[in-house]
Design a binder for this molecule. Structure first.
Ligand SMILES: NC(=O)c1ccc[n+]([C@@H]2O[C@H](COP(=O)([O-])OP(=O)(O)OC[C@H]3O[C@@H](n4cnc5c(N)ncnc54)[C@H](O)[C@@H]3O)[C@@H](O)[C@H]2O)c1
Length: 112
């Protein structure tokens, strides 16, 4: 699956990394600080990964989206590698996010 990450700080594959399939939304994250940004394109092989549905942007309840260390720990205890949810970029674009929670998920990333 082709995914994108926008950043003004360069790209590092780390636990908690957020990716989207919408390159325009990723670009909104890249330029959010007003500094020049970068758009990184990757391939995520989802084979063998446990992907859970997370809480969508603006939703008050339901499963968490892994945006705190405690939530990541809880999801990892359930064996979740990736959490997927609907998100909102800084400019208001709605898009889908995949947040990588495990080393296995990071090892499934390749440059595109
Ligand atoms: N940037 C994107 O392309 C993108 C894509 C989809 C969703 N999002 C959304 O944007 C929000 C912010 O994500 P972000 O990645 O743009 O912001 P960010 O750079 O602030 O990183 C988010 C989290 O990852 C941690 N982090 C960042 N770099 C790290 C590193 N090198 N090593 C270890 N930890 C590191 C930060 O401490 C922070 O807790 C997310 O909650 C997500 O919902 C962003």
């Amino acid at each position: 699956m082709r995914l994108y990450h926008g950043s003004s700080k360069g790209f590092t594959a780390h636990i908690g990394l957020c990716l989207t399939d919408d390159s325009a939304a990723a670009w909104e994250y890249a330029v959010r600080s007003g500094r020049p940004g970068t758009l990184t394109t990757v391939e995520l092989s989802t084979f063998g990964l446990k992907i859970a549905k997370g809480r969508d942007f603006g939703e008050g309840s339901g499963d968490a989206c892994g945006d705190t260390p405690a939530e990541i720990k809880r999801l990892r205890r359930r064996g979740v590698d990736v959490v997927e949810y609907m998100d909102e970029a800084p400019g208001g674009m709605r898009h889908r996010t995949w947040r990588l929670l495990s080393r296995k998920a990071l090892a499934s990333l390749a440059a595109a």
